[in-house]
Design a protein around this ligand. Structure first.
Ligand code: PMP
Length: 366
């Protein structure tokens, strides 16, 4: 027998496919216009920008107290029911780590957000993938996979990368069908892009039941992706669990200050929502007009559109063609979507240019 020569990673860690972020540079290293990560094309609230510059030599407030209080007030929550994360990514990982381990099962839907798979595997749990229904969530198919070993269910609403949206009645039906000891994580990273009256009931479920965690982020409509600030709300027991295992100083001072200021600028959020709604509708209409060439935009409630290429022009060729024209979007072969490009809704001129380029490529493809 020979002794091992190096530390050996756990087998379940070695089975993880690392998250592959989108590219942001062209072939020759020139910068591209990046519409591959669902960032806010309007940038960041000016109020948030002017709140930068907190004392960098000091540790941040470990409880993000002022920010948590502001979030709680805004959403009518008890601050004790709000937990902060280094982006909502951290909270998704902590939810899996807190409630699942080797031998347990974590369910998410096919074409769900790719972090769920990593979150499940890194704590040694077994990911279980529910079949989709036309690229969206099929509640009955998901519930049919629940076993005595199921510990966590992840749903993004709206979902990334498909943009699909599950109405409140379906979310309630999903929750009602789950055993009380299964944690339902409702990931609302894109919730602010919906009209305020289109409430999927997630917050109310988290307020009323001990097994629901809702996660939100400052990365998308608030335009603070670079600062890594997410938050979650759920029963005090869930919040206490996540607080026990999160990094003690997991949100930077600058991030806390900027997020607080961003919350105080609802006009920026509203302008971002309106821009997204209008540009998304315009873009979807122009892509739907290319259906004779096999292009199919999936209905989206988020700040991106998944375009399927089912004709002569392939998603890969379109991806390369857009990159040649200076646009980087997201091609998703690693997520089982080699036929799809996820395109973030950007500025008007850029959406016009992309739609025109796709038309040209589709019409000349052979
Ligand atoms: N959930 C979903 C569905 C997402 O698309 C993203 C961002 N890609 C996140 C969570 C994580 O975002 P963040 O960590 O920046 O809050």
């Amino acid at each position: 027998t020979t002794l091992p020569k190096a530390p050996t990673p756990k087998p379940w860690i070695e089975a993880i496919h690392a998250y592959v972020p989108g590219k942001s540079k062209g072939k020759d290293g020139r910068p591209l216009i990046k519409l591959s990560a669902n960032e806010n094309p309007l940038g960041t609230s000016p109020a948030a920008l002017s709140a930068r510059g907190a004392a960098p030599a000091l540790y941040p407030d470990p409880d993000s107290g002022a920010l948590r209080a502001a979030i709680a007030e805004r959403h009518g929550l008890d601050p004790a029911r709000v937990v902060m994360g280094t982006g909502s990514d951290e909270l998704l990982n902590l939810a899996a780590q807190g409630y699942a381990g080797p031998g347990d099962e974590v369910i998410y839907v096919r074409y769900g957000f790719s972090v769920y798979d990593i979150a499940a595997r890194r704590c040694g749990a077994t990911p279980v993938v529910a079949p989709d229904r036309d690229y969206g969530t099929d509640v009955d198919a998901l519930l049919a996979l629940v076993t005595g070993r199921t510990r966590v269910v992840f749903i993004a609403n709206p979902n990334n990368p498909t943009g699909s949206y599950l109405p409140g009645g379906e979310i309630a039906r999903l929750h009602a069908g789950l055993p009380a000891d299964v944690l339902l994580v409702l990931d609302q990273a894109y919730a602010e892009y919906l009209a305020p009256e289109d409430d999927d009931g997630a917050m109310a479920l988290a307020a009323a039941h001990p097994n629901v965690l809702v996660t939100r982020t400052f990365s998308k409509i608030f335009g603070l992706a670079g600062e890594r600030i997410g938050w979650g709300t759920g029963a005090p027991g869930i919040v206490a669990t996540l607080n026990r295992i999160r990094g003690p100083f997991n949100v930077s001072s600058t991030g806390q200050a900027m997020a607080l200021a961003a919350l105080g600028d609802p006009d920026f959020v509203e302008a971002s929502r309106v821009h997204n709604r209008e540009e998304r509708a315009r873009f979807v209409q122009r892509i739907a007009a290319l259906s004779n060439h096999g292009l199919r935009p999936l209905p989206s409630e988020a700040n991106f559109v998944l375009v399927l290429f089912e004709g002569v022009l392939t998603a890969e060729t379109a991806f390369e063609g857009l990159a040649d024209r200076g646009y980087i979007v997201r091609w998703l072969p690693g997520q089982g979507l080699p036929q799809g490009l996820r395109i973030t809704i950007g500025k008007s001129d850029d959406m016009d240019a992309i739609a025109a380029a796709l038309r040209e490529m589709a019409e000349t493809a052979r």
